[in-house]
Design a protein around this ligand. Structure first.
Ligand SMILES: NC(=O)c1ccc[n+]([C@@H]2O[C@H](COP(=O)([O-])OP(=O)(O)OC[C@H]3O[C@@H](n4cnc5c(N)ncnc54)[C@H](O)[C@@H]3O)[C@@H](O)[C@H]2O)c1
Length: 309
């Protein structure tokens, strides 16, 4: 059995390989049961998440241990591993660092959405959120939208984080700028990627200019909102998976407030990837791609790591 730590996982999941693999893998046959969620210790609020997926060739399970009180011990709250096996024999093949796998498949999925939905002439990319996920967003989008000339970085919750990320990108020659005035930055952006833990919207509906594409990564519970749900009511909305319709705050609240209906959801990512002709977008159309993460993307990424050896 092989073992891939975070650095080895990152090296194998470079976006020029991962994003095409996600695109073709989304349309292949696979079983992805709902994830299981076990409460381990109420006092510690400790949780175990088990996320299986399989196809004829491979069988995989992602294990995520969430121990929110670990910060009191100076340890990360999340620990994750992906276990990959042969789908024909069940023999275990690899254990892969789950944190890096999740990070890369998440921003890779968002960038895949942007490659299918945003304007090809997009020049300005705004990233909102600078944590584990936000710090990986730029590189994934550079692999699909080479025409981006300016990357704006915002983190209303942690402005110092925005300056730090913009600085580290600038050191690598990226034209990246930290911004405090989010409203102006939103108005300038052709593509917006959000990856925050916000419960109340950080981006307001009226700030969004016609022609903008948004990839919303952060919310995964009904009480979490990164944008006003009313924005989705006037946008063409895509999701990575049907689970987004019951998990993502912008969508759940949009349904509850009747600004959005089930018929407004244009397609899931597998449906988008199955199209043989590129989608034509209206000049003023606003598109939203909401992701909550799927076991299928984990499996595709794990196979990409394993197959590169
Ligand atoms: N869609 C997916 O597939 C997927 C995958 C992994 C993580 N996520 C989600 O993406 C989000 C970010 O994950 P991460 O690992 O980067 O987390 P992180 O803790 O490393 O970073 C969190 C970011 O959110 C900001 N933030 C924190 N509290 C906030 C608040 N109340 N309002 C606005 N901003 C706030 C922080 O300043 C930081 O920029 C989480 O909600 C996570 O669950 C989604």
């Amino acid at each position: 059995m092989q073992f891939f730590d975070a650095a080895q996982t990152a090296r194998r999941l470079y976006y020029e390989a991962l994003i095409p693999a996600l695109r073709s893998g989304m349309t292949a046959d696979a079983e992805v049961p709902p994830r299981q969620h076990y409460s381990l210790d109420a006092a510690q609020q400790a949780t175990l998440l088990v996320m299986p997926a399989w196809n004829r060739e491979f069988l995989g399970v992602k294990l995520v241990d969430v121990f929110p009180r670990n910060s009191e011990r100076g340890l990360p709250a999340l620990s994750s591993a992906y276990v990959l096996a042969d789908g024909g024999t069940g023999q275990h093949l690899a254990v892969i660092d789950g944190g890096e796998l999740t990070r890369r498949r998440t921003v890779g999925t968002a960038a895949l959405g942007a490659s299918l939905l945003s304007r090809e002439d997009s020049r300005v990319h705004l990233i909102v959120g600078t944590g584990h996920i936000g710090s990986a967003v730029h590189d994934a989008y550079a692999a699909v939208r080479g025409g981006i000339e300016s990357t704006l970085i915002a983190d209303p919750y942690n402005p110092a984080g925005a300056r730090e990320l913009a600085g580290s990108l600038a050191e690598r020659g990226v034209r990246a700028t930290a911004v405090d005035d989010l409203r102006t930055a939103v108005g300038r952006a052709d593509i917006i990627t959000t990856c925050t833990l916000a419960r109340e919207p950080v981006i307001r509906d009226e700030w969004i200019a016609p022609g903008t594409h948004l990839d919303l990564i952060g919310s995964f519970r009904p009480e979490m909102h990164e944008v006003d749900p009313s924005l989705l009511g006037r946008s063409t909305v895509f999701v990575d998976h049907e689970a987004a319709l019951t998990e993502a705050g912008e969508i759940v609240t949009g349904f509850a407030e009747s600004v959005l209906t089930r018929e407004d959801i244009a397609a899931t990512l597998p449906e988008l990837c199955a199209r043989t002709t590129p989608r034509t977008r209206g000049d003023d159309e606003i598109t939203v791609f909401k992701t909550v993460g799927t076991g299928l993307a984990d499996l595709i990424a794990a196979v990409t790591v394993y197959a590169r050896t």
